[in-house]
Ligand binder design. Structure first.
Ligand code: MN3
Length: 382
């Protein structure tokens, strides 16, 4: 039995992970961490009976303590204590956004087995985390479907890799003309054609910022140079990504778009878990692949540029500014087409060398989020 801590248990990935674990043996959920979905957290605590609970919003602690007095509770200030518990041997990090960066650091620092769904960790702190993982001999097991696909296709043969082919669904606005971007509403952007995900990542998919983040994530995970990362729009979302080896052989991973698959692979590899839902190649018929329109999806281009400038802080800037923009967009306070404009402004204004200290990156992320808020508020007033 492995004792697993699930960070982000009430989110889409977290719930799927709990479901996968419930149907199979091997894992005991020793701890869960959530930010604000208190009702779902209470349900989960009743069902799982975890020893540890991490609460993002401190105001819930009192209520939880009166309901479940035997649990040991943690908040932001005591995150390090939770992550160093000796009876936790596996950490699954599915926190949303910047909140996931420090937990990734602590998981690797404390030599836990580690599965990562929080792409912001590598976007912001890729060098620090991959260096530490190498030093501590910790494998970062990807949960993101594309990275799981690449991981599976590589099959440990990293030395023969020529490049990776990162597939993108293209999101709901793949066929839109750029001039139509001004009229995109929140409801339109929240409707992803293929994947059912949390709100932030769904908007990131619509702007293709998500694919940009995934370029950076893949770059660090698989130790690639920028020219080794191809992005290909594949609207059917059946090929979850592919690798090309030095002899020209391409190996791809195909499956239904269901996050339970990459989650199960990360938890049980090299074993595979039985799933009902399978694809039929005959029924699918055609699979299409095309180049992404970088003029239309500027944030993808900007992220590619960010990975070329690995020694600059662009990943941090992209991530922090994007988080604030999405919040404003979801509150109907900025337009869809404002998102890339604001992010670009922030990147140009705060371009700097990247710090090699994780706590410094955390601090800077907070500063950039405040600066982005300031910028948006001033634009809204003018
Ligand atoms: Mn993905």
């Amino acid at each position: 039995m492995e004792n697993i801590l699930i960070l982000g248990s009430t989110g889409s990935i977290g719930q799927n992970a709990i479901e996968v674990i419930k149907k199979n043996s091997k894992y005991n959920v020793i701890g869960i961490a959530f930010n604000q979905n208190i009702n779902r957290a209470i349900e989960q605590i009743k069902q799982i009976k975890p020893k540890y609970v991490y609460v993002g919003k401190r105001e819930f602690i009192g209520q939880l303590k009166s309901l479940f007095p035997k649990i040991e509770y943690f908040t932001q200030d005591t995150l390090a204590d939770l992550m160093s518990k000796n009876d936790i041997n596996f950490v699954l990090n599915a926190f949303v956004g910047s909140a996931g960066i420090l937990p990734s650091y602590y998981a690797i620092y404390n030599n836990k087995k580690f599965a990562l769904a929080n792409k912001e960790s590598l976007v912001v702190a890729g060098k620090i985390l991959t260096d530490l993982a190498l030093k501590n001999n910790v494998e970062i097991i990807p949960i993101d479907s594309e990275h799981s696909a690449i991981y599976q296709c590589l099959g440990g043969k990293r030395q023969y890799l020529n490049k990776i082919i990162l597939t993108a669904s293209g999101g709901p606005f793949r066929r839109f003309d750029k001039s139509q971007f001004a009229n995109i509403t929140k409801e339109m952007a929240l409707h992803h054609p293929k994947w059912n995900m949390g709100e932030k990542i769904t908007i990131d998919s619509a702007t293709m910022m998500n694919k940009g983040f995934e370029v950076i994530e893949a770059g660090w995970l698989f130790d690639l140079i920028p020219d080794q990362i191809d992005v290909v729009v594949h609207k059917e979302s059946i090929v979850h990504s592919a690798v090309e080896f030095i002899d020209g052989t391409i190996i791809a991973q195909l499956a239904v778009p269901d996050m339970k698959l990459p989650i199960a692979y990360a938890l049980y590899k090299p074993e595979r878990i039985e799933f009902e839902n399978k694809i039929s190649l005959v029924e699918i018929g055609n699979l299409s692949f095309e180049k992404p329109d970088l003029d239309k999806f500027e944030l993808l281009a900007l992220a590619q540029e960010a990975f070329r400038k690995k020694d600059r802080n662009w990943g941090l800037l992209l991530n922090a500014a994007d988080e604030v923009c999405i919040e404003y967009f979801l509150n109907n306070k900025i337009k869809f087409c404002d998102i890339p404009k604001i992010i670009k402004k922030i990147v140009l204004e705060f371009d700097d060398r990247i710090s090699s200290n994780i706590f410094e990156l955390q601090k800077q992320t907070q500063i950039i989020k405040k600066e982005t808020t300031k910028l948006i508020e001033s634009l809204r007033r003018s």
